[in-house]
Design a protein around this ligand. Structure first.
Ligand code: HEM
Length: 163
């Protein structure tokens, strides 16, 4: 595995994902600002591109990591922050991404039947934005717990290599 570039113990892929995700989180805020300025076409492009890019990052990087590093230790090790953080993050992340895709399907396509389409766009978009940032912070916390051991150096059990 190649080394990352952020000076932590993370592999390259994790550093790339971290920066991409921070970029996407900021991008969604810019997209929300575009909507407030009534630039709805740019808003739609911006948010759709981010939701689809995030889907790719989830499928290519985060899901495989979750399946190999976390899933085999659930539920036995769920009491430990190392696995608990990643699990809550992955659960909320899945819901948030699905909600983002649902908005995109309703707003940008006619694929869904009329009765399954959204009427409360604003509330859904705001909700996804808030959850997205919560998931981003949990992702950051996961990164720190996994790859920045010095932040946890004083915690009992860490030095003995316990996850
Ligand atoms: C809105 C959706 C999501 C956002 C904003 C997000 C954000 C992040 C960020 C910033 C990191 C830290 C970088 C890293 O360690 O690679 C991370 C790590 C991680 N995420 Fe997500 N994530 C999302 C969805 C998901 C989903 C759906 C899953 C699982 C199915 C998941 C599982 C993980 C795992 C296992 C890690 C640690 C990866 C590793 O370092 O090997 N995430 N996420």
């Amino acid at each position: 595995m190649s080394e990352g570039f952020l000076g932590t113990a993370a592999p390259l892929a994790a550093d790339v994902v971290l920066l991409l995700e921070i970029g996407m989180g900021v991008g969604l805020l810019i997209g929300a600002w575009l909507a407030r300025r009534k630039r709805f076409r740019q808003h739609a492009w911006c948010q759709s591109a981010i939701v689809l890019l995030n889907l790719a990052v989830i499928l290519v990087a985060m899901t495989p990591s979750f399946r190999s590093q976390v899933l085999p230790r659930i539920p036995a090790k769920l009491g430990r922050p190392y696995f608990a953080l990643a699990t809550v993050h992955a659960g909320l992340g899945t819901i948030t991404e699905l909600a983002g895709l649902y908005i995109l399907l309703c707003a940008g396509t006619r694929l869904l039947p009329e009765k399954l389409r959204l009427t409360q766009y604003k509330a859904w978009m705001r909700g996804v934005l808030v959850f997205w940032w919560l998931v981003l912070l949990l992702g950051f916390a996961t990164y720190v717990r996994w790859y920045v051991p010095s932040w946890f150096a004083n915690q009992r059990g860490f030095d003995s290599g316990r996850r």
